[in-house]
Ligand binder design. Structure first.
Ligand code: FES
Ligand SMILES: [Fe+2]
Length: 400
């Protein structure tokens, strides 16, 4: 048989259930509603790097799967996060993406909150005396916030394990660099992609797709043997890929990276990455680190944020070179990230109308080479949290 007909197109291949993901996982609105409750309201979310809130009263606002939040560094140096929602009539309080403010004052009736979320000012408060409402009952809603290795995480679930328990050993390869306290964000870019949010995370879990990137074919696939690669899976679905190298001068216009520019704990030709379940990825390339965070907007649209980290105190010249290293691969006009965006949207185009029935994650190379093990580990955690089989997610839900 060559081409398939309607029935054989929709019949799953004869591989284990763990090696196939149904198209419904990307397109079904009920599954997305379930992901909001079972994944995004439960898991730690990487909100930003602490260098983005360097000074007391620096804040950043963000929308977390529909919930407006604001992270602010307090007078005491502690970063806290609050629902960016006024206790009075429920208006979203702060609308700027970032800034510095000692008081968070709602534009509507000018109720004011301090850096610890206490309501500190209500215009003409005496009119509330009769009803008995006081400022003490009007503080902001504080969301759990924990900082680990300079990364600021939030969690809507008050009963979730501590972020260090959640991450476990997964970030060990980044301890020397991120844990040095010497890094800062020098690049921030964001884009709305027209695809299910998981399609972005998959680009960071799929080792096989380096064939798509000419840049990786030249600089990475030639630099170290497939057998030197290691893929590891951790509790809660986190994964890491290591043992890769890059020979940058194999690509015209690029040069080998100077050892003096390497970040703490990294060799200039190193390449490794850690995917934090469900929606973040950290990638190290000797002289620069990239952090991706994907947040769904709905089941077919996502926001991806990309951050680039370098060393604080770089001279202007070193910073320029570091930015070039970062942007050649990972900038908005680089030869890596925009191609991944195209791939994510191409998969969405296939799944959107049910044209694609499923995708195959069946490569096995003993955890080396271009094994699909990271993808399978990610979906094993998805299955556990969602209580659905990725291969047949609608039947499992119906059986409940
Ligand atoms: S809604 Fe914020 S002060 Fe009234
Ligand atoms: Fe890629």
């Amino acid at each position: 048989m060559t081409a398939r007909n309607a029935q054989s197109w929709r019949t799953l291949p004869e591989v284990p259930d763990t090696h196939v993901v149904s198209g419904a996982v990307y397109t079904d609105p009920a599954i997305f509603d379930d992901e909001k409750k079972r994944v995004f309201e439960r898991c730690w979310h990487l909100a930003c790097h602490e260098s983005e809130l360097a000074n007391p009263f620096d804040f950043r606002t963000f929308d977390y799967v529909g919930t407006p939040l604001i992270a602010i560094r307090g007078r005491d140096g502690v970063i806290r996060t609050f629902m960016n929602v006024c206790s009075h009539r429920g208006a979203k309080i702060i609308h700027e993406p970032a800034g510095n403010a000692e008081r968070l004052t709602c534009f509507y009736h000018l109720w004011s909150y301090d850096d610890r979320g206490a309501c500190v000012d209500i215009p003409r408060p005496e009119a509330y005396q009769t009803a008995g409402l006081t400022k003490d009952e009007c503080g902001l809603f504080e969301v759990r916030t924990e900082t680990h290795l300079g990364l600021v995480f939030i969690n809507l679930d008050e009963a979730a394990p501590a972020v260090t328990d959640y991450i476990g050993e997964a970030l060990a390869p980044f301890e020397a660099s991120l844990g040095s306290g010497e890094l800062e964000v020098f690049h921030y870019n964001r884009s709305v992609l027209h695809a299910n949010w998981k399609a972005w995370q998959e680009t960071n879990l799929d080792l096989y797709h380096e064939w798509m990137h000419v840049l990786l074919r030249r600089t990475q696939m030639t630099a170290a043997s497939m057998d030197s690669r290691v893929v590891k899976a951790f509790k809660y679905g986190h994964t890491m890929g290591g043992g890769l190298k890059a020979t940058y001068d194999k690509y015209k216009g690029m040069a080998s990276r100077d050892a003096g520019m390497a970040l703490p704990g990294l060799a200039p030709d190193d390449f490794f990455f850690v995917d934090l379940w469900p929606n973040a990825a950290l990638l190290a390339r000797g002289t620069a680190i990239r952090i991706d965070v994907v947040t769904p907007i709905d089941e077919k649209t996502m926001l991806v944020e990309w951050r680039g980290l370098g060393r604080k105190g770089d001279s202007p010249e070193v910073r320029r070179t570091r930015m070039q290293h970062h942007n050649q691969y990972w900038g908005p006009l680089g030869r890596n990230v925009p191609e991944d965006a195209f791939a994510a949207e191409a998969c969405e185009a296939g799944f959107r109308n049910g044209a694609a029935a499923y995708q195959v994650l069946a490569r096995e190379e003993n955890g080396k080479g271009q094994d699909d093990g990271m993808l399978r580990a990610w979906y094993a955690e998805w299955a556990r949290r969602m209580d659905r089989s990725p291969a047949d997610p609608l039947r499992s839900a119906a059986a409940e």
